[in-house]
Design a protein. Structure first.
Length: 215
């Protein structure tokens, strides 16, 4: 198993945080050395908190957002836009270095991305570039199964192929309470484009996935 896992999705609210939190809990229950990161987070509530960060902190029994997040921006938007709103920007090299540094003292690091592969971190640097900058990180893909998911899934798989990456694990997630019916058709459409060694998991609405790290 790779020491670093990058969790990306087909869209915002695909279920990346849900999967990441479930994975870190599973590893902690196995007494594994693990850290879950949300390096870039956009969208803060009136108390200055980000929901994804709070979820991952709680899953790990941590309290300080700085332990798992390098960049927080108030606006719920793409990082390039959210940062510009505050007169700043993400520094790609610093971001990658921080992820590597945070991964150096644990067995497994889960790195949750932002939105999908084409989300701009800066004006000319995308989430897909972030993944390329971490060539030793395994890629997990979370798919929000809903109307339009087939198109999003195939576009995402095609983009990963373009950058020379294939997901080692894919989660077909019922992202809404009527989404269970979309899991099967989305999976069937994606199946011909998946590698034989890709692990597939289906997540019913509200279900915490059981993640077997020995497979």
């Amino acid at each position: 198993m790779a020491s670093k896992i990058f969790i990306t999705g087909t869209d915002t609210d695909a279920g990346k945080t849900w999967v990441t939190a479930s994975a870190v809990r599973s590893l902690l229950q196995q007494n594994r050395s693990v850290r879950a990161l949300k390096p870039v987070a956009c969208g803060l509530d009136t108390d200055g908190r980000n929901e994804d960060i709070e979820t991952l902190l709680h899953a790990q029994g941590l309290q300080n957002p700085d332990d798992i997040c390098l960049y927080q921006f108030a606006k719920p938007a793409a990082p390039s836009q959210a940062a510009a709103e505050e007169g700043g920007q993400v520094a790609p090299q610093q971001l990658v270095h921080w992820c590597e540094e945070k991964s150096s003292d644990v067995e497994i690091t889960l790195i949750e991305g932002v939105g999908g592969l084409m989300v701009p971190i800066t004006d000319n640097w995308l989430v897909s570039d972030w993944i390329q900058a971490m060539p030793d990180a395994e890629v997990w893909l979370v798919i929000a199964c809903k109307l339009g998911a087939i198109n999003q899934t195939l576009l995402t798989l095609d983009k990963l192929k373009q950058i020379g990456r294939t997901p080692s694990r894919i989660f077909f997630n019922a992202a809404g309470n009527t989404s269970d019916t979309w899991i099967k058709p989305t999976l069937e459409a994606a199946q011909p484009f998946l590698t034989t060694n890709c692990i597939i998991q289906e997540i019913s609405y509200g279900q915490h996935p059981e993640i077997d790290f020995d497979n």
